[in-house]
Design a protein around this ligand. Structure first.
Ligand SMILES: *Cc1c(COP(=O)(O)O)cnc(C)c1O
Length: 385
């Protein structure tokens, strides 16, 4: 296939960064002048600001979202011999974080309409070794806090939120990260709040968990050269924190723009439902922050996922699949013993989902062009029959 030039990119960060250039440069120069590159002033400022924005007491900046999960779970007392429930259809980092504590991951299926973890399936997976559940607020929509809290109290489990796609998402009066004992966030550049490299944070309402992650991220040393934990080196860089401090005040606005874009997609895609194109369901209204806007190409559609991806590419529309292979079928994790057929909804979604362009600044006419392109593909397919 000849490469077509991209007319509508999947993500475009220029809209966010262009107007902030002067502020970003000043913040970076500030760190250089102060010279506090490791755990400097910008880090504690950001930790406090992000925790406050999320209605959580403590924030501890770490090197990545993956480390926020790994160190956060470890600080919550999760380790070898414990079982931790998580969805099969998440980004692999959720699984990596759980495994790095030494705990046994117990994968469960998802609700095919929302792509969020199925708590009924989770109930069936609980054993007397289960210590925690890691709900993933996938695509920017929170797993129902009420249902999660019910589930956790029924089985006496910790809730540790993977909020890497859900910065400031809301549902049922809760902000992401404020439901469980602790939550992990990533500031990978393309997340809703992105740094200029790798970065992450652990939020927690528990002072001891916060203290422990502060120590774990810094060689397991509560004070210099005195090591009480088997720690590591995973700190949020002062330079990244300085960038995040500049961007954080705009996050709510950017999230709102994403939600508006999603509403327009929803309206315009409604008429394609009868042809087998269905958006992933939103049960949280404006609280969904749409890290990704994902549609399903159902069985009844005249085109399959691959044809939709290829067809949109020829029209200059960049797309993605999040994610094409569920965790339990990834080659590296066959040793966990899962098989094809274990999680039918997660597996089916992998063949159905297509992520459409989504970022703050995506214009109404661009969204129109994406949905019209999709509509034309389907019409052509039906005529070609
Ligand atoms: C991005 C992401 C992570 C990992 O974050 P990194 O900063 O890349 O380590 C974890 N979980 C989910 C759901 C993510 O989307």
């Amino acid at each position: 296939m000849t490469p077509t030039s991209v007319k509508i990119p999947f993500v475009d960060l220029n809209y966010l960064h262009q107007p902030l250039q002067a502020q970003l440069k000043a913040a970076i120069e500030n760190v250089i002048e102060r010279g506090d590159f490791i755990l400097g002033q910008a880090v504690s400022e950001f930790e406090q600001a992000f925790a406050r924005a999320s209605n959580v007491e403590y924030g501890v900046g770490v090197g990545s979202g993956t480390d926020a999960i790994a160190l956060g779970l470890q600080a919550c007392g999760i380790g070898s011999g414990d079982e931790v429930i998580l969805p099969a259809n998440t980004f692999i980092a959720t699984l990596i974080g759980v495994l790095s504590t030494g705990a046994t991951p117990i994968l469960v299926d998802c609700d095919p309409n929302t792509a969020l973890i199925d708590l009924e399936a989770a109930s069936k997976a609980v054993t007397n070794k289960t210590k925690a559940i890691v709900p993933v607020h996938l695509y920017g929509q929170m797993v129902s806090p009420h249902q999660l809290l019910d589930f956790a109290s029924t089985y006496n489990l910790l809730i540790f939120e993977d909020a890497a796609q859900a910065h400031l998402a809301q549902r049922e009066g809760y902000t992401a990260g404020s439901v469980g004992i602790a939550a992990a966030y990533s500031f990978y550049p393309s997340k809703n709040l992105g740094a200029f490299g790798d970065a992450g944070i652990l939020l927690t309402k528990d002072e001891n968990v916060a203290k422990k992650v502060r120590s774990l991220r810094n060689y397991g040393a509560p004070r210099k050269y005195y090591h009480t934990e088997v720690g590591t080196n995973s700190r949020l860089d002062s330079l990244q924190a300085a960038v995040l401090n500049v961007k954080l005040p705009y996050l709510s606005q950017w999230n709102a723009l994403r939600n508006q874009a999603a509403q327009q997609y929803d309206r315009q895609l409604q008429k394609l439902d009868s042809q087998g194109i269905t958006a992933i369901a939103n049960h949280s209204s404006t609280g969904h922050i749409y890290h990704l806007y994902v549609i399903r190409v159902r069985d009844r559609c005249s085109l399959n996922q691959e044809q939709i991806l290829a067809g949109l590419a020829t029209k200059g529309v960049q797309t993605g699949i999040h994610y094409p292979i569920p965790c339990h079928l990834q080659p590296a994790y066959t040793y966990l013993g899962y098989q094809v057929g274990d999680f039918p909804h997660a597996e089916a979604l992998c063949q159905e989902i297509v992520s459409l362009p989504m970022y703050p600044g995506l214009s109404e006419s661009q969204i129109e062009e994406v949905t019209t392109s999709l509509e034309n593909l389907l019409t052509t397919a039906v005529i070609a029959g």
